[in-house]
Design a protein around this ligand. Structure first.
Ligand code: ADP
Ligand code: MG
Length: 506
């Protein structure tokens, strides 16, 4: 995007004023050596998630905490687990599940720093992508704390190289991302191997149904910590554009051309408007999909997979259809029409500017909708910024711009949970010998019968060929690219989406 601001390095403490009012660790029931170590690490005051959760977790409660990246989660779960740890007992007493190797390594490093107050605490990282044998050897030497990805932890449990009998703390870190990565079954398997008498802590930036279910299943009378989203508003940059009736839908295309967001949610007030907008966007070559109430569940799921894994640039939806939709990482929300209800507006734009990134909230209003915008400004308690469509990058006229393409494409594999496919299997089949880098593989979604793998658009065909030729775990698989055909001229949203189900032309 042209004028996106570079982000400052994440800091858990937002301002000096916050820091001055923030509570100190001294008020917590922590050993003197631990307090001293925290001071040495520069942990002078608690971050909000630490201040809210530590009194509860140190008292032994299970916890569900909503907290985003950079909020200081590691200490929020590491302090209670370290406090309970008996270093003289050579057994795994705490297990932290993380979505990726990088996050697991990061958590491991941070716990090591926090554990310095005590000698000889062994913390082991068990993640996929490295060979099993050295990990097994390390386990034989004994570890007090294990941090790892669900798939690899499950492998160790199945081979009997990891024993969780002495475990007293189980942590799900970034639970929503673990679910995004298709780890649900592995997480359930691992949690079931833990002793019933334990403390369970769950951290997640968002709360889709899956996370709630997981919490219901594995936490006991959990306390909940939810931090107000007060800092989020600063990250949403809001602009209003005046349009006339005729140019409204064209204006959406121009906004996309100009701001070039990777993922955009476009809100319409009516289903009819959704349909018309989808048509306009498709005709101009955008990879757009619609979500509406009449869709069957399977189709809805597929649309959401493509949008969430960045294989689709624009999702067009009404408020009703978008209800319950939980997708982080939206670069932009476009209000194709301002809503009459200011609260709905605030809710809509709150879907961007999350996860420590800036987001655009772009709204189109006709002259006679100015009153609605005034209501919104009142609700937000701010002035709104009006901009002129003429400021937007001129279309086609001069230098032809590259079309806005999504960075990823989706491979659909026939085979899913029923066939015991796991994210690690798919990742393994593409990386390593196959020659694709982990960075070229995106989100992996496994449903009962299908697996959806996002891969970098440029290598999609090569990745498809590779999987078709070599298979996964020695089994051959049927793979196709699940694409949105460019030249579709849909009569209705539903028919446009229906083309998803057809095999695209090679
Ligand atoms: P999260 O897991 O929520 O993304 P981390 O636990 O990794 O966040 O913390 C982010 C950064 O902030 C780390 O560098 C950590 O050392 C630092 N940090 C965490 N809590 C505090 C604190 N109370 N005071 C100062 N720095 C902190
Ligand atoms: Mg973390």
């Amino acid at each position: 995007m042209p004028d996106r601001q570079p982000l400052p390095p994440p800091s858990p403490i937002a301002t000096e004023e916050d820091a001055a009012n923030a509570p100190s660790f001294d008020r917590l029931p922590l050993a003197a050596a631990m307090l001293e170590n925290l001071r040495r690490l520069g942990y002078l005051t608690m971050t909000p998630v630490q201040a809210e959760s530590l009194p509860l977790t140190l008292a032994g409660h299970d916890l569900i905490a909503q907290a985003k990246t950079g909020s200081g989660k590691t200490a929020a779960f590491a302090l209670p687990l370290l406090t309970k740890l008996n270093p003289r007992r050579f057994a795994v007493q705490a297990l932290v599940l993380c979505p990726t190797r990088e996050l697991a390594d990061q958590v491991c490093r941070e716990i090591r720093r926090l554990a310095r107050a005590e000698d000889n605490i062994k913390i082991l990282s068990l993640v996929g992508g490295s060979t099993m044998r050295p990990q097994m050897a390390s386990l034989e030497h004994g570890a007090h704390i294990v941090v790892g990805t669900p798939g690899r932890i499950m492998d160790h449990l199945q081979r009997g190289s990891l024993n969780l009998e002495s475990l007293h703390t189980l942590v799900f870190d970034e639970a929503d991302r673990m679910l995004d990565m298709g780890f649900l079954n592995d997480m359930v398997f691992v949690a079931r191997q833990c002793p019933g008498k334990r403390q369970t802590l769950l951290f997640s930036a968002t709360f889709p149904d899956g996370v709630e279910q997981l919490a219901r299943q594995f936490l006991r009378q959990p306390r909940t910590v939810k931090l107000p989203e007060r800092h989020e508003a600063d990250k949403i940059r809001q602009r209003f554009y005046e349009v006339s009736g005729e140019n409204r839908l064209e204006a959406v295309a121009r906004l996309l051309e100009h701001y070039r967001p990777v993922s955009t949610l476009a809100f319409c007030n009516t289903r009819r408007q959704c349909r018309d907008l989808l048509k306009v966007l498709r005709e101009r070559g955008f990879h757009a999909l619609a979500l509406h109430g009449e869709m069957e569940q399977r189709e809805r799921d597929q649309v959401l997979v493509l949008f969430a894994n960045r294989s689709c640039s624009v999702l067009v939806a009404t408020d009703v259809a978008a209800r319950g939709l939980d997708i982080a990482d939206l670069e932009a929300v476009i209000n194709v029409d301002v809503t009459p209800d200011p609260e709905v507006h605030v809710h809509r734009i709150g879907r961007t500017g999350r996860a420590d990134r800036n987001g655009w909230a772009l709204s189109l209003a006709s002259a006679n909708q100015r009153r609605r915008v005034d209501d919104i400004a009142r609700e937000l308690g701010t002035q709104v910024e009006w901009h002129d469509l003429a400021e937007l990058t001129a279309e086609a006229g001069g230098t032809a711009r590259q079309p806005l393409l999504p960075p990823m494409a989706t491979l659909q594999i026939l085979g899913g949970r029923k066939d015991k496919l796991r994210p690690g299997d798919v990742l393994g089949a593409l990386t390593g010998e196959a020659g694709f880098s982990a960075a070229q593989v995106g989100k992996i979604t496994i449903t009962e019968f299908h697996t959806y793998v996002a891969v970098a658009r440029q290598v999609a065909e090569a990745a498809r060929r590779r999987l078709s030729e070599v298979g996964i775990k020695g089994r051959s698989v049927k793979v196709r690219i699940l694409e949105i055909p460019d030249e579709t001229r849909p009569e209705t949203a539903s028919r446009a989406n229906a083309s998803l189900r057809r095999k695209p032309k090679p």
